[in-house]
Design a binder for this molecule. Structure first.
Ligand SMILES: Nc1ncnc2c1ncn2[C@@H]1O[C@H](COP(=O)(O)OP(=O)(O)OP(=O)(O)O)[C@@H](O)[C@H]1O
Ligand SMILES: N[C@@H](CCO)C(=O)O
Length: 287
């Protein structure tokens, strides 16, 4: 039995901590069988291989008396790169507990648990539901709404360097003025309306007009402005900092992908570029 959990790309510009999209890169957790201790074989470098692994910790937070298992974990989601690897691990752990503990959790219950563990729903909600999701905390619980899937290729520029979410949050201001907060939220509201209206010309402009986080983080990820400018000339509808970065995501019309990629290379950017898709389905089990 295997669980497949998609990656995710959060924020989409002004939807800071609120909007995210499931992405076609996967964390796979194979259940080999019961064991006398938790054992996690993985291809993820020096991450923990026992009970202290994030997947196991998430599973035990849901059901502390789960029987220990031998798991095999593989992932094509780069760690600490703004593609939601920690959320995929948390959601994978919740799915594991749900299945092994026969809990039959509803999607909204999984979102509640996962968002409490992660702190915000922008990565975990699309990782659970698939496609594009807008969510928030309200009246002490998390809520999430699925939006139409944008009909674009997601072209990710993945810098070689890592950027921990905690470091990328440390550069954000503690406060915004009332006037700035009103303007930032007006941009985000209109971006969401444009996404639901499937008016991608308007959505693209608004996705590039974030006032919550990108202007503070762009000094950590100087490639953002370069790729955004390339995108304006070469077929990108919008370019944004994926999650806390450093991955930069561009929504590109499929007809313009090779032109866009060539132009990014001509701008002197040499790190990995991957063509990804929106994953329409959230985490699921396979025999
Ligand atoms: N499969 C996994 N198993 C165990 N721990 C993991 C796994 N995937 C990620 N992690 C943990 O999550 C950390 C990365 O989380 P972080 O929030 O910094 O970045 P991210 O989730 O990849 O990006 P972002 O939140 O910006 O989209 C890793 O350093 C590791 O500690
Ligand atoms: N919304 C989060 C995503 C990463 O957890 C951020 O940008 O910090």
């Amino acid at each position: 039995m295997k669980i497949k959990v998609p990656a995710s790309s959060a924020n989409l510009g002004p939807g800071f901590d609120s909007i995210g999209v499931a992405i076609s890169l996967y964390l796979t957790i194979e259940v080999i069988g019961e064991s006398d201790h938790w054992q996690v074989d993985h291809n993820l470098g020096d991450l923990p291989s026992g009970k202290d692994n994030m997947i196991v910790q998430a599973a035990l937070s849901v059901k502390p008396d789960l029987t220990p298992q031998h798991l095999r974990v593989e992932s094509d989601i780069p760690l600490a790169h703004g593609l939601g690897s920690s959320s995929s691990a948390i959601v994978g752990g919740i799915e594991l507990a749900d299945q092994l503990g026969q809990l039959n959790l509803a999607p909204h219950e999984k979102i509640e648990i996962a968002a409490q563990l992660e702190g915000h729903p922008d990565n975990v909600a699309p990782t659970i539901l698939g496609s594009l999701v807008v969510g928030c905390k309200v009246n002490g619980h998390f809520t999430a709404v699925k939006a139409p899937v944008p009909p674009f290729a997601m072209i990710a520029y993945i810098p070689a360097y890592n950027l921990k979410t905690s470091d990328a949050r440390a550069v954000l201001p503690k406060q915004l003025s009332f006037k700035e907060a009103v303007q930032a939220s007006a941009v985000a509201n209109t971006a969401v309306a444009a996404l639901f209206a499937q008016d991608y010309e308007k959505a693209g402009e608004l996705m590039e007009a974030d006032l919550f986080h990108e202007r503070y983080r762009s000094k950590l990820v100087p490639e953002l402005e370069i790729i955004r400018n390339v995108g304006h000339e070469h077929g990108a509808v919008a370019t944004y900092l994926s999650g806390a970065g450093p991955t930069i995501m561009s929504l590109v019309d499929p007809q313009h992908i090779s032109d866009f990629v060539d132009a990014v290379r001509e701008a002197g950017l040499k790190d990995e570029i991957r063509r990804l898709e929106v994953a329409p389905r959230g985490a699921f089990w396979q025999k």
